[in-house]
Ligand binder design. Structure first.
Ligand code: HEC
Length: 116
């Protein structure tokens, strides 16, 4: 009886350890919005400190889904989406930096109201 319990105890411990290490691995890969915010220093002039654009021809980025921002940045980088300014901005970005930037802008809450 005791040995059966010890066995199941070991099984539970193993399961916990696996779950924990899977969680840590996930965390290590997850996008880092804080790092994205730092990187976004180079985007502030046009897209604003909180993703509300300060230039009339630059789109707002606050609250956009991360998957959308990521895709647009990759397309600017590859040239699939053509824009002179954004091509220059996106060219040096790594996949990780793009993920972090996307996580940062996606994490900014936005509010809308009824049209005036
Ligand atoms: C000099 C101004 C300027 C800077 C700096 C700049 N952008 Fe832009 N960004 C623009 C303009 C203008 C557009 C619209 C381009 C177009 O028509 O495709 C744009 C478009 C985008 C879009 C597409 C948004 C959408 O709704 O499709 C993303 C994403 C973006 N910028 C991210 C960034 C990031 C991240 C940075 C910093 C690494 C950055 N931009 C720096 C001017 C700028």
């Amino acid at each position: 009886m005791f040995s059966a319990n010890a066995k199941s105890y070991r099984a539970v411990c193993l399961a916990l350890a696996l779950a924990l290490s899977a969680g840590l691995a996930f965390q290590a890969q997850a996008a880092d919005a804080k790092a994205g915010q730092v990187k976004a220093g180079m985007c502030v002039t046009c897209h604003g400190a909180l993703g509300l654009s300060t230039m009339p021809n630059a789109p707002h980025l606050a609250g956009q889904p991360a998957i959308y921002i990521e895709e647009q940045l990759k397309q600017y980088r590859s040239g699939k989406r053509a824009n002179e300014v954004m091509a220059v901005m996106a060219k040096p970005l790594t996949d990780k930096e793009i993920e972090n930037l996307a996580a940062w802008y996606a994490s900014i809450p936005i509010e809308v109201g009824q049209p005036r």
